[in-house]
Design a protein around this ligand. Structure first.
Ligand code: DC
Length: 218
């Protein structure tokens, strides 16, 4: 039997952290759809710089048409054969990912790929539109959220730990702007599915969130 868990929510709510742990505990595959949008944003920008072109809708369409994105079992991300795992985790690529994600041709390409990746079952997939659009028949849908201050603090700790020089106030602004753009776009906006379970993680530890999802899954 197919077992599919969909986890959606705004930036920095802890989706990937908890989804990875839940996947390991259940023996499921974790699929990070944000990494796929990041890969598209990264590649479009890289090609744009290389060709001295403008990042127009037509240009993004041309790059997206033949793009090859792969996620391996260890969570490494490849775009057109190049490993970009670390390069896509910057605030600049976060914004590029959100910018390219509003185009229907980008969403269609990645949604098709995500559905293929989930077809074998035993999958936990996180993103913005998994429960609403990509996998509306998922067995369990979670909508993870937390206060903007807490989400910014978590992202700040994550980036600082990686040695990136960042400012908390700048991160809070970036997250708020991205959530607004992701929630207000016309196609597949960030939204809680009617049948998703809302989990506010502001005052919960990672372990508490993981245990709640495991309880729901079982
Ligand atoms: O989850 P993330 O922060 O890595 O996602 C980066 C951006 O990608 C996010 O701001 C919007 C876009 N995205 C999307 O539109 N749909 C998804 N399912 C996942 C991410």
């Amino acid at each position: 039997m197919k077992k599919i868990i969909a986890v959606d929510g705004p930036a920095g709510a802890g989706k990937s952290t908890v989804s990875k742990i839940v996947a390991a505990k259940l023996g499921y595959t974790y699929i990070d759809t944000g990494a796929m949008y990041r890969a598209v944003g990264f590649e479009c920008n890289a090609q744009c710089v290389m060709r001295n072109a403008q990042l127009t809708e037509d240009f993004i369409n041309e790059i997206t048409r033949d793009i090859d994105i792969k996620l391996d079992a260890e969570g490494k991300v490849f775009v057109n054969g190049e490993e970009v795992t670390k390069k896509i985790r910057t605030p600049e690529v976060s914004k590029l990912a959100s910018d390219v994600s509003k185009f229907d041709f980008v969403r269609k390409k990645l949604t098709d790929l995500q559905r293929k990746m989930a077809a074998q079952g035993k999958v936990i997939m996180d993103g913005r539109d998994i429960g609403t659009v990509v996998l509306p028949d998922a067995d369990l849908k979670i909508f993870l959220t937390a206060s903007i201050e807490e989400r910014a603090r978590r992202r700040f700790d994550e980036l600082s730990a990686k040695g990136q020089a960042v400012e908390l106030s700048a991160i809070e602004k970036e997250i708020a702007a991205r959530d607004k753009q992701d929630s207000e776009r016309k196609i597949a906006p960030l939204k809680k599915a009617d049948d998703a379970i809302l989990l506010d993680t502001t005052n919960l530890s990672v372990e508490e969130v993981v245990n709640k999802i495991l309880d729901l899954a079982r």
